[in-house]
Design a protein around this ligand. Structure first.
Ligand code: PLP
Length: 424
């Protein structure tokens, strides 16, 4: 066994979170052995307790039918309510600020309806140039919906020429430059391609000082890095639950609305009956009276089957606690980075920032020598049972997740890369 493999084993033996791995079903590699699953940034693996949670719902449906809404051990009327507290712990929300509903892009549109309220002079939205496409499509379509041309109203901040990462200073300078023309800032908590963590408190503070509203897309941040939305005074946030959260494919997503907007607000919104005051919802009156807090943005009754697996996933997060998960995550990525630097120097560059505060679970790697060499290395990883993902044009993303990954898996993944990329 190599020195690194021995070291990895010792790290695994000292890992207090190691038993949590047994709560997840990991896919198999082509040889029938468990795969090395480093793709939880894209779709988290299934919690073993998830099927039972789904089965419970099916049983209540089978035995109670319509009475399941109000009766039985777990009435569907209230099914969504249990998620607010555990999700709130993950994003740093106060009570009432979080709701599980819809899917990410739907929630983004609902939030933009309320929080993008352009005027003749203040109509610009600031995003980053490499935004996840769905976010950009949503923003551009909202601009057009309000009669604003993206050419004038969409501000996209890029890394500097020759650089790959956004600089907080550049984002802040762009916000200051736009000043009173800026209606909204929408940025990712963690950039999906590079794995870079953005400075939520600093950027939010500056944008608010200039009178802009601030929304965060936490798709790659929730369950990955600690976030404190309430204390940062973010106006809103959205995220999905199928990445680090392990809520299952297409899982019901989440949204945060800061409490200063939630109570007796005059914000415009697209309304539905589930956002109506729960006390009088079934009076079936004609006039919409929103619930206080984030729940007031709900449209429909909760998609109970799509929410059920998330119960199992959140139990794992609550057992571990975000602080312990973050500590292990930093150790996993630091170990990976060190092995890459020691064994693959000159063959792989790491796009993700090195500083602890600037990265989460994900390491974005670029193979030196071009995209075809990169594709070859990625194919070798897949053939040897290391599941990561490839993002065009030339990035391999590997994301060791502290809930279920081992140091030994990180070591083996790097060893596969080393074999696939012999020194030239
Ligand atoms: C994964 C991801 C999405 C996906 O959106 P859905 O509406 O859940 O399909 C959107 N935005 C970002 C930044 C993402 O990482």
């Amino acid at each position: 066994m190599t020195e690194a493999a021995t070291e990895a084993r010792a790290l695994d033996r000292g890992d207090a979170l190691a038993p949590l791995r047994d709560r997840f079903q990991l896919p198999l590699a082509p040889d029938g052995e468990p795969a090395i699953y480093l793709c939880g940034n894209s779709l988290g693996p299934m919690p073993l307790a998830a099927p039972a949670r789904v089965q419970e719902v099916l049983e209540h449906w089978a035995t109670l039918a319509v009475r399941g809404h109000h009766g039985g051990p777990d009435p569907w009327m209230h099914f969504h309510e249990r998620f607010a507290a555990p999700l709130g712990r993950l994003v740093g929300a106060a009570p009432g600020e979080v709701v599980a509903m819809n899917t990410l892009t739907v929630n983004l549109h609902l939030m933009l309806v309320s929080f993008y309220r352009p005027t003749a002079t203040r109509h610009r939205i600031l995003i980053e140039r490499s935004s996840f496409p769905s976010d950009r499509y949503a923003v551009v379509s909202q601009l057009r919906f309000h009669g604003h041309a993206p050419q004038q109203s969409l501000i996209e901040v890029s890394p500097r020429p020759g650089e790959e990462l956004l600089r907080t200073d550049d984002l802040i300078a762009a916000i200051e430059r736009e000043g009173e023309a800026l209606a909204l800032v929408l940025l990712p908590g963690v950039q999906y391609l590079t794995g870079q963590v953005l400075d939520v408190p600093a950027i939010t503070r500056v944008a608010r000082r200039h009178g802009a509203l601030v929304g965060w897309d936490l798709a790659h941040a929730i369950g990955n890095v600690p976030v404190e939305l309430h204390d940062a005074c973010a106006d809103f946030a959205v995220w999905c639950h199928y990445k680090y959260l392990c809520g299952g494919p297409g899982a019901t997503a989440g949204a945060f609305v800061h409490e200063r907007h939630g109570h007796g607000t005059t914000l415009p919104r697209f309304a539905g009956w589930w956002g109506h005051d729960a006390a009088t919802r079934f009076a079936m009156g004609p006039d919409f009276v929103p619930m206080a807090g984030a729940e007031g943005w709900q449209l429909s009754n909760p998609p109970v089957l799509a929410l059920a697996p998330l119960i199992a996933a959140l139990e794992a997060f609550d057992t571990a606690g975000m602080a312990a998960l973050r500590a292990k995550s930093l150790a996993l990525t630091a170990f990976a980075r060190r092995l890459i630097e020691e064994r693959l120097a000159g063959r792989i560059t790491i796009v993700t920032p090195a500083a602890d505060g600037d990265r989460g679970c994900q390491l974005s790697l670029r193979v030196v020598g071009g995209a075809s060499r990169g594709r070859h290395a990625f194919a070798s990883l897949s053939a040897r049972g290391v599941i990561g993902d490839w993002r065009e044009p030339d990035v391999i993303r590997l994301a060791p997740a502290p809930l279920y990954n081992r140091f030994a898996e990180v070591e083996r993944a790097i060893a596969v890369l080393e074999t696939a990329l012999p020194p030239s």
